[in-house]
Design a protein around this ligand. Sequence first.
Ligand code: ZN
Ligand code: ZN
Ligand code: FE
Length: 753
Amino acid sequence: MPRLQVEVQGVVQGVGFRPFVYRLARARGLAGWVRNRPDGVEIEIQGSAAELDGFLLALRDEKPAPARIQGIQARGIGELPGASLFSIRASGASERTRPSVPADLAVCADCAAEMDNPGERRFRYPFTNCTQCGPRYTILAGLPYDRARTAMKDFPLCEVCAAQFADPADRRFHAQPIACPACGPKVVLQDSRGTPRSEGDAAVLAAAAELAAGSVLALKGLGGYQLLVDATSEAAVARLRARKHREAKPFAVLFQDLAALQGACGVTEVEAALLQSPEAPILLLPRRGGGIAAGVAPGNPDLGAFLPPSPLHRLLSAAAGRPLVCTSGNLSDEPMAIGDDEALARLGAIADAFLVHDRPVLRPVDDSVGRVEAGSLHLLRRARGFAPLPLPLPFEGPPVLALGGHLKNTVTLLAAGQAVVSQHLGDMDSPQGLALLARTVEDLLEFFQVEPARLACDLHPDYGSTRLAESLARAWGLPLARVQHHHAHVAACMAEAGLRGPVLGLAWDGAGHGTDGTVWGGEALVVDGPGFTRVGHLRAFPLPGGERAVREPRRSALGLCWSVLGEDAAVAELFTGAERPLLNRMLERGIHAPWTSSLGRLFDAVAALTGIRAGAGFEGQAAMALEFAARASDDAAAYAFALRDGVADPAPMLAELLEDRRRGVAAGRMARRFHAGLAALAVAFAEAGALEDVILSGGCFQNRLLAGLCSRALRARGFRVHRPALYPANDGGISLGQAWVAAQSVAGPLLEV
Ligand code: ZN
Ligand code: ZN
Ligand code: FE
């Protein structure tokens, strides 16, 4: 009988792949074995040629849902006498080459059915899981992945669980985190001081009753503490906003099942599949119908919606019987609380009750957030379900550790032909944020057993991430690559698309430190290998008060009008009589009025000038309001930008806009004309650049209308357009771009793979 050696690469460990191979082989009467290897799974398989073909096809077609296959190689290794024994072998002890750390997986259909069946021993058990679902990255202390190195190490398996764990035919075979009511973690409901009030199923039901009564509930979720309230109650939502000091940022809503979610949002087939996938991200979906409190996402036509990511969420949301706001357990932009004492201390004044359990959360992992555009997923926040799965690269460079930027930060470890991007770590303003950054560096180096050969960080000298990179570079005696922010935005998308350049990158963004010391953000960069040339940019304008302009779009409007028109009459009604002389003096003398080419600030300026929004509770709020107004308009006109020698002058746009405003044109039309003008500008930049590949990256391309208009206009002119997809267009992608640039900037040829 012919015998094959088969190698399968990709995410095939911790997802039930070996038992799947075992069942497949047994069903076909094939002999051989399967075992884990550092970079995947290795199989020897023997039988009739027809059965072998069927086996190879089924490997790909019938794989477990959470598995991701990058490659399957099969080669004949001779003929052997017939046999029928198939076994699962212990992992090979060979050296580790491309390890992968599994991501957390939402509850699977089999486990859900088991939880609903009163005859099953895991009936209503909130920690039910199997090889295809359950916690992974959030409970992992080290590699290789086995129970002794997880947060489940202090829960010895009972006899029944142990038998399932050891049985190759069982779907819990070698599922490291399995548990049952006899041997696993237990839930407890506590008051806001940590005094227990009830436990087990009674605790879940009591927590649901608290939610129904309008309380704020702290829930120890999969990747840390979350805060929940009744999403149909204005009063409950307002209470959460007031206590969390979060005035306007939209909240995500957890629905008990797809039918409930479809009652509130429009859902396509692709979106439904993603919502129910093992990654179970929050998706931004168009609202449909009422029922959700207006305070959940004020003024926003979209709603961030998701389905229960864990059995505990599933039980709680079903018991509550209503949609629930579900947001990270933190104050403003600090990292989520993960420790029980820490959570009581930080959230005791926010939550009325705590639904907790005794399975430790080893690192904070937020819910992932994305959106489907033209049939494909674009992540805005990459965390649960996706991190830290590796991105395969087209080359092997020296190991690089990149510490990212300042907001929505991540860390990237690039080694062995792959880039591992950490989960979303949040903003680096707080000591907690910086501590999490340092800890995540340790985590990645420990998991992947890599010694970096160089470090990378942002060009901004004052970022906390830059300072950490500098101190690590000194301590380890390593070179440090300082990568310009918008170069990194473009490079992140190149890494994802496997493009080495040259490409034209449009990095349209909030703010980043430029090589000339000014604030950049409306850039056209030609990127080739590790280098870049700034071939174009938005004409700069001053921001009176600097950073304060982020929260006060009217300041951007003032700076724009002052620099383009030489006067501030157009923004007079946005300021009090006392404010104007002061701000004008700042502009005239150039005191605390830095110049910027930021497109994000241009969006703010236009939001203020059209009367759509003069203030902002969070960065990007005004730009979002402008997008929403534009989406509601079908106007076909476009404001003009004058592109000369690479500099995009907004003067004609501003003149047309002010003329429209004088004539009383509706704000939505003006917003639409501004967006259409930017799409024409993108085409003008691309035609001047004369390169086939155009990359659209940076925070502004989170704007769905802008991204769609630019992509369509560019494709219509024959350009190949690339956009970030599984790595965010916002600053969550910066560390990946830095690592990609730094890996290529080493002298000497790279090893192509
Ligand atoms: Zn399962
Ligand atoms: Zn058990
Ligand atoms: Fe940025």
